[in-house]
Write a protein that binds this ligand. Structure first.
Ligand code: ZN
Length: 297
């Protein structure tokens, strides 16, 4: 019995902390070397292990880059304060100064306020974060935004799009997106690294990070998908194989009519950032949330 268990233990689980360190750093740096040259890079620090590990790797391997660590304080009770504290600690540990964008101070509302208007807050929150990171990057002359989406995030996202036949979403989620006008280039260099490997990496490197997950949102479906993926793919390699298959499907779809008929982007009539609508979804939502708060006063 003992022997059988040993045989079926995935290699990655049997590896040492030093092996994990080498694998993670190699995979991330291989990805980053594929990007067009860049000098100034924004790293979105949430306070968690993933972005802490990303900052740690960039700082160690690319010391000549101009790193701008940014944290978005979303105003989530009992969570955002602590997240900001950890993000600050992570930036300090790398000898960098953290830029904090506080939603309440800058926009006049928190994600808790937005949730009252948008109960399915996760996608709205994601959209607000993407918009703000791009705006901050654009205004600070950043060449590329790096986020810490990992292998499991990619699998969940792409599988969800496939199961719901959301073809455009499936095509859009990529490890690298080049710059398009005032939309800054985006890189997700952890796409070949699983969450468990990042956790081991962050622990091995003794990085400080928040362990709590965001307490709000309707994430039950996502959790179920995560569990299903863990059942389907029992090791790192299998996860990579499944993700590559989903990407192949996305690539093929991109070449069909659905992919070719991509919506033309134009400057939002309110803020000027490129959008598929006359007014971008960020501007529409901010306006709605503000009048919602105003009405309730
Ligand atoms: Zn706008």
């Amino acid at each position: 019995m003992e022997k059988a268990r040993q045989i079926f233990t995935p290699k990655i689980l049997a590896s040492t902390g030093m092996d994990v360190k080498k694998i993670v750093e190699k995979r991330v740096m291989e990805e980053i070397r594929k990007y067009p040259p860049f000098k100034r890079v924004l790293i979105a620090l949430s306070g968690g292990k993933d972005s802490a590990s990303l900052l740690h790797i960039i700082k160690n391997f690319l010391p000549d880059k101009d790193i701008v660590p940014v944290h978005l304080n979303l105003g989530i009770d009992g969570f955002s304060e602590k997240s900001e504290e950890f993000a600050r600690m992570q930036a300090e540990e790398s000898g960098l100064e953290l830029t904090v964008f506080n939603l309440k101070k800058e926009l006049g509302f928190t994600i808790m306020d937005a949730k009252k208007l948008y109960p399915k807050i996760c996608s709205v929150c994601g959209g607000i974060k993407r918009y703000l990171l791009n705006k901050i990057a654009y205004e600070s002359g950043v060449d590329i935004i790096l986020t810490a989406h990992h292998l499991d995030d990619f699998l969940v996202r792409m599988l969800k799009s496939t199961l719901n036949a959301k073809v455009e979403e499936l095509i859009r989620f990529k490890p690298y997106l080049p710059r398009n006008g005032n939309l800054i280039a985006k890189g997700r260099p952890f796409w070949k690294v699983s969450e468990s490997l990042i956790l081991r990496y962050a622990s091995f490197e003794s990085l400080s990070f928040i362990t709590e997950r965001c307490p709000i949102g309707m994430k039950k479906n996502i959790e179920r998908l995560r569990r299903a993926i863990d059942i389907l793919a029992t090791n790192e390699n299998q996860k990579n194989i499944y993700l590559l298959s989903l990407m192949k499907i996305a690539e093929k779809l991109e070449k069909t009519e659905v992919g070719m008929g991509k919506t033309q982007l134009r400057p939002c009539s309110s803020c000027g950032f490129l959008s598929s609508n006359v007014i971008c979804s960020f501007c529409i939502r901010v306006k709605k949330i503000r009048s919602f708060i105003e009405e309730r006063k």
